[in-house]
Design a protein around this ligand. Structure first.
Ligand code: CAO
Length: 524
């Protein structure tokens, strides 16, 4: 017998009441273990809740917009894992996945229809997934050229088989999109009853959602909204760039589009937060340029990490009156020590000490010496933290992420080096969980492995300071009698001026440089 499983929100770190921004399955869907079921989005991260087992979705217990915490019931499913395979003649106790229901139909290949003069148009959304049951005319993918956004509808009813394209692929008339297991007698039959047929969707004109008059296409493209909201905006002729999102990080929900269309939009458009084009801030509108006029171009959608971190960085840049203070630290002895210890480690096969690990340890000492740096603004109060969790920016193929080394004050430099190495690896593999990225007191952004001299890092709110580090370089330094070669590490400290004034920031920098110049001071 199959078994009904209650799928609940797993341990999601300290996150509570996190909004559901997407429900990725529906009753009747056949799902595999680990397949994402819903997407949650906090102000720090977007996370999918995976299925604990294979089976069939029975009942969904939540809606988009619900706020959930660990243990919340997501859905009921019939677990296939628990069920012995029934004999062929025996009727399955639960409805089989849709793909298995149509034995009379064939397999149709759905292709891009006539889309006018458009060629090599990028796919910006795939609206269905393998196993989905679709109706004739239901949109399958969304294409977006520099002139128009268009949905390609399904020519037939059926069940989606293999999806042959991915977001970012460029398609033209005739490109194969997916295979469709047909058999829905209510829909027009495929042109041929052969098992593999080529089904031309309705003419593109039926699907083409040309830009509405007055819609700013550039801002529409950049708006932070999912396919549902985008589609609705097209249908209602709403200029998405002017809609204020009420979802997490300003994500535009369908309701926002509806209320904008109903007239609330005029007021919204005036709100500064909604002014994607800067008009609401009294600024000139964002320049709209047809780049293709000047040479070949290619449009690629931002990654999910870029969209989320972009919204956070923008807020922090606009809202924090930050000043960046520079300092040079003489790390000649520290680097010699690091190299020496690593050589010894090579013999014993130990963890490699990194400059980042020493920096984390030195920053903890500096935060202890200057507690104002280990705070967060909370209205008119300043929260002083008595723990030392240090974040570091990690560059990944999908964008910037900021994992956190917890309780760095209680860890040795070897442990910190091992932990940053493991976190950076996890980050590059896209496997960081929410708990890995929360609770930071202070952030280090190290570009030392790449180069550069100084830069101006953006504070990671609600922290009040961030340390930027570039590549160390040997420079001649006057020691009172002569120039001596010293290995100099350029430091760039950005601090929130509401909490930290210039004198304090400079004292912090000078102290940090002293620690790095003579690491024994960390023990004092
Ligand atoms: N000066 C000179 N050399 C340095 C250095 C510095 N400040 N910091 C690191 N290096 C050297 C290392 O010693 C290493 O050399 P070897 O291979 O010879 O040992 C090399 O540069 C590569 O180091 P790394 O950058 O891979 O390792 P790390 O521990 O220093 O940094 C991490 C780890 C995760 C911080 C890094 O990989 C990373 O992602 N950096 C980018 C962060 C970023 O994008 N910040 C900008 C945020 S704002 O847009």
């Amino acid at each position: 017998m199959s078994q009904t499983i209650e799928v609940k929100v797993p341990d999601i770190g300290d996150f509570k009441d996190v909004p559901v921004i997407d429900v990725l399955v529906k009753p009747g869907d056949a799902i595999k273990a680990e397949q994402p079921l819903i997407t949650l989005e906090s102000d720090k991260a977007t996370m999918d809740v995976p299925s604990p087992a294979s089976g069939t979705v029975k009942e969904i217990k939540i809606h988009i917009g619900d706020k959930v915490s660990e243990g919340a019931l997501v859905l009921l499913m019939e677990s296939a894992d628990a069920a012995p395979t029934p004999p062929a003649s025996e009727k399955a106790p639960t409805p089989p996945p849709p793909a298995a229901t149509n034995s009379r139909g064939g397999i149709a290949e759905v292709r891009v229809p006539d889309i006018g003069d458009f060629k090599e148009v990028p796919i910006i959304e795939i609206l269905v997934k393998a196993g989905d049951e679709v109706k004739a005319e239901q949109p399958l993918i969304t294409l977006e050229s520099d002139k128009a956004t268009m949905d390609v509808p399904s020519p037939l009813g059926g069940v989606v088989g293999e999806i042959k394209v991915k977001v970012g692929d460029k398609v033209s008339e005739g490109s194969v999109i997916l295979s469709l297991v047909t058999g829905d007698t209510s829909a027009p039959p495929p042109p041929s009853a052969a098992p593999s047929t080529s089904a031309a969707p309705p003419p593109a004109q039926a699907a083409l959602t040309a830009p509405s008059a007055g819609v700013d296409e550039g801002a529409f493209k950049l708006a932070y909204a999912g396919p549902g909201a985008r589609k609705l905006a097209r249908e209602l002729g709403v200029d998405l760039g002017k809609v204020k999102g009420s979802g997490n990080n300003g994500r535009i929900l369908k309701e926002d589009v509806e209320s904008f269309a109903k007239g609330g939009g005029a007021a919204q458009a005036k709100a500064p937060a909604a002014a994607a084009d800067g008009a609401g801030l009294g600024l000139l509108p964002w320049p709209q340029v047809d780049f293709a006029k000047f040479g070949p171009v290619e449009s690629k959608p931002l990654s999910r990490i870029q969209k989320i971190s972009g919204a956070n960085l923008h807020r922090n840049w606009v809202m924090i009156p930050a000043v960046t203070y520079h300092e040079d630290a003489d790390i000649s002895e520290l680097e010699a020590f690091r190299v020496q210890i690593n050589k010894e480690g090579e013999k014993s096969g130990g963890t490699k000490l990194t400059m980042l690990a020493f920096l984390i340890k030195a920053c903890v000492r500096a935060l202890q010496q200057f507690p104002s740096f280990n705070t967060s603004l909370d209205g008119e109060n300043l929260i002083y933290k008595q723990y030392y969790h240090i974040a570091f920016a990690a560059d990944t193929p999908n964008g910037l992420v900021v994992p956190v080394v917890k309780d760095a004050d209680k860890k040795g430099v070897f442990d910190i080096a091992a932990e940053t190495g493991a976190l950076a690896k996890k980050a590059r593999e896209g496997k960081l969980g929410p708990a890995d990225m929360q609770g930071a007191c202070f952030t280090i952004s190290s570009l030392g492995g790449i180069g550069g001299t100084y830069f101006s890092p953006i504070i990671n709110a609600p922290e009040v300071a961030i340390l930027g580090v570039n590549k160390s370089i040997t420079k001649p330094v006057w020691d009172g009698k002569q120039f001596a070669p010293k290995l100099i590490l350029p430091l760039s400290l950005s601090a929130d001026h509401r909490v930290i004034d210039g004198a304090l920031a400079t004292r912090f920098n000078v102290y940090l440089a002293q620690l790095l110049a003579d690491f024994r001071r960390v023990l004092l």
